[in-house]
Design a protein around this ligand. Structure first.
Ligand code: URA
Length: 262
């Protein structure tokens, strides 16, 4: 297997929630047997509850919602100024721009990805590269097909970590924990009607569940009092070998859009 094929396999496994792969003993030079399984830490999860349908009360609530236990009176600007020129973890060392989030401060729907990539690091805006363009298309096209006049600017988009991990590696547990406090504050400030998490890393961070994304997708979880829908990360959908996942992601998105906007 050449290096490029191996890289694609590893990315594929990563998307399925498998962060560690083992070489079989005796297979290849220097094989050492098993390593240790790093515990993914969920800094953000609050009493996870899996696959409950969001309640009718949450579903129908017309007009302004009363302040809920998970909401705050902080503004996003306050949170941004608190982050400042953040050097709280090692990720600041390689960053060009901190990527805080983009969209409507009062959005009823928030999308949460893993962490900025190269394009996002350059522009300081989340999901503007190839994966971001796919996400924008998915949001706007699905909404249009379902008869909802929704644009990317009507939702809020952010990531678990605000600085690009080197070589786009998965953020480390301590990085997610340190940066996660700001994601929590963003979510509490916006207090959307639903959150849609993109990919296994963000899903595990926000829900506290440890399964791979293929097991979690399409199901409702909960962050504080807010329903959370899990779906695939758009960069996973860009890869050629998983066409089925695209259809599933569209199904997941339809579910969350109808819950929020019907
Ligand atoms: N991938 C992410 O998880 N977030 C971005 O902002 C871009 C790519």
């Amino acid at each position: 297997m050449n290096a490029e094929t191996l890289r694609q396999y590893l990315e594929f496994y990563k998307d399925l929630g498998i962060d560690t792969v083992y070489r079989r003993r005796g297979r290849g030079p220097g094989a050492k047997g098993q390593g240790t399984d790093p515990e993914p830490v969920s800094a953000l999860a609050s009493s996870p509850s899996e696959n409950q349908s969001p309640s009718d009360a949450q579903r129908s609530a017309p007009g302004p919602r009363p302040p809920a236990p998970g909401s705050s009176s902080e503004s996003l600007l306050q949170i941004l100024s608190d982050i400042g020129d953040c050097k709280r973890c090692r990720l600041h060392e390689g960053r060009n721009k901190l990527v805080f989030g983009v969209g409507d401060e009062h959005a009823p729907l928030v999308f949460v990805g893993e962490g900025p990539g190269a394009d996002e690091d350059e522009q300081g805006v989340p999901f503007v590269g190839r994966a971001g363009q796919l996400l924008t298309q998915m949001i706007e096209n699905t909404a249009q097909r379902e008869g909802m006049p929704l644009k990317r600017g009507d939702v809020y988009i952010c990531n678990v970590v605000k600085c690009r991990p080197p070589e786009n590696r998965t953020p480390e547990p301590d990085e997610m924990e340190i940066c996660g406090q700001f994601l929590e504050r963003q979510l509490a400030a916006i207090h959307p009607k639903a959150i849609c998490v993109l990919g296994g890393t963000a899903a595990r961070a926000l829900t506290g569940h440890r399964e791979g994304v293929t097991k979690m997708r399409g199901k409702w979880f909960q962050w504080r009092d807010i329903p959370v829908m899990v779906t695939y990360h758009p960069s996973y959908l860009l890869r050629p070998y998983n066409q089925n996942a695209k259809r599933e992601a569209w199904e997941d998105l339809k579910k969350v859009l109808h819950f929020v906007f019907d």
